[in-house]
Design a protein around this ligand. Structure first.
Ligand SMILES: Nc1ncnc2c1ncn2[C@@H]1O[C@H](COP(=O)(O)OP(=O)(O)O)[C@@H](O)[C@H]1O
Ligand SMILES: [Mg+2]
Length: 116
């Protein structure tokens, strides 16, 4: 079957601490998505599962280019998704039929985002 979506070693870090006026923000960063790789075949059902805060929404937003990864590669329908600009990007988002079903499984005691 044809590969629809491939992510390779996708990473995202955020500033630790609160908002821009927070005294906790000391420039330190923490890793929200730590080197996630996967492939999804056309027609396949794919779920991102893990406890709250393990990086599911961050990953989903990167797949839609709503936020930019710090590192990694994402291909969609054989195209480099991270290279899309302007109108191409808008039509990708408009055409997206992906359904992200984000499950919060409280029974999972720990979730390493790298294992997603
Ligand atoms: N814009 C942001 N700035 C700083 N930290 C963030 C931001 N968005 C999410 N986080 C943090 O990144 C981690 C992953 O969050 P998120 O992707 O929302 O996880 P999930 O969807 O699995 O609950 C959490 O620790 C969260 O507090
Ligand atoms: Mg979420």
């Amino acid at each position: 079957m044809e590969t629809l979506l491939t992510a390779r070693d996708v990473r995202k870090t955020y500033h630790r601490g609160g908002g821009i006026f927070s005294q906790e923000t000391d420039g330190a960063r923490f890793t929200a998505v730590d080197g996630v790789s996967f492939s999804v075949l056309r027609g396949e059902t794919f779920a991102i599962v893990g406890e709250s805060g393990c990086g599911k929404t961050t990953l989903a937003r990167m797949l839609l280019r709503l936020i930019e990864p710090d590192a990694g590669e994402i291909d969609f329908e054989g195209r480099d998704l991270l290279a899309l600009r302007g109108g191409e990007l808008r039509s990708l988002r408009a055409a997206c039929k992906w359904s992200f079903r984000i499950l919060s499984l409280r029974s999972i005691p720990a979730c390493a985002s790298a294992k997603l």
